[in-house]
Design a protein around this ligand. Structure first.
Ligand SMILES: [Zn+2]
Length: 219
């Protein structure tokens, strides 16, 4: 198991790189690494910190009820509950990464309940044994009630697919190790860019985004 100090060092490095790539702009997104199984413990980026300039003071250690254990006055984001829900899904998951990439956000606005990928060599990077895999990532409606979503998250997930999109918001992905979670962020970004360009080549325009009840399709 990774120590709290090792987890912070890894998260500082990964957040800085994601920030440079425009995947964690400003204070957006949050990353966590599990540091204990029984009881569940994980280190997660504290709420409202610049992801390009994190220091070891910009994290909180969270317990199994989602409570902040250290520092005593530390604050975690509401999205901590989604990290917790993912860890509870599978004992083997060791890191959960949440980023706001342009491709993930845009694609989620134009997709339906799932976005499918098949026949792509890059699918192997998500752990599938062949490029002939046919997979679908769920697109879950964004909500301000993250706690409620955390409780029902398991009903939305696809078996063996390490990730989901929140509509108009971003990507959650995970891995057995921080290295695997980071690789999954990169692979998903490739797949989302690919899908956006495929749609631009093959779909009739204008496409309609999920912009809520005030949208005016066709205008
Ligand atoms: Zn977010």
């Amino acid at each position: 198991m990774i120590s709290v100090e090792e987890a912070k060092a890894r998260l500082i490095e990964d957040a800085a790189e994601f920030n440079r790539k425009g995947w964690m702009s400003g204070t957006s997104g949050n990353l966590s690494i599990k540091t204990g199984d029984v009881p569940l413990r994980y280190v997660i980026t504290a709420s409202g910190r610049d992801k390009g300039k994190l220091t070891p003071a910009d994290f909180v250690l969270v317990g199994e009820e989602g409570e902040v254990l250290e520092p005593v006055d530390g604050k975690s984001s509401a999205e901590t509950m989604l990290h917790e829900a993912v860890y509870r899904e599978d004992f083997a998951i060791g890191a959960v990464y949440h980023v706001h990439t342009v491709a993930a956000t845009l694609l989620s606005m134009y997709g339906e309940e799932y976005i499918r990928f098949s026949g792509l060599e890059m699918l192997k990077g998500l752990g599938f044994s062949t490029h002939e895999a046919d997979i679908a990532i769920p697109v879950i409606e964004n909500t301000q009630d993250i706690r409620a979503l955390g409780l029902e998250l398991a009903t939305h997930l696809e078996p063996d697919v390490p990730g989901f999109l929140l509509r108009g918001h971003g990507l959650y992905t995970w891995g057995k190790t921080p290295f695997e979670a980071r690789r999954h962020v990169e692979i998903w970004d490739f797949l989302f860019e690919y899908k956006l360009k495929e749609w631009m080549l093959t779909r009739p325009f204008p496409a309609h985004a999920h912009t809520g009840p005030s949208s005016r399709p066709g205008s």
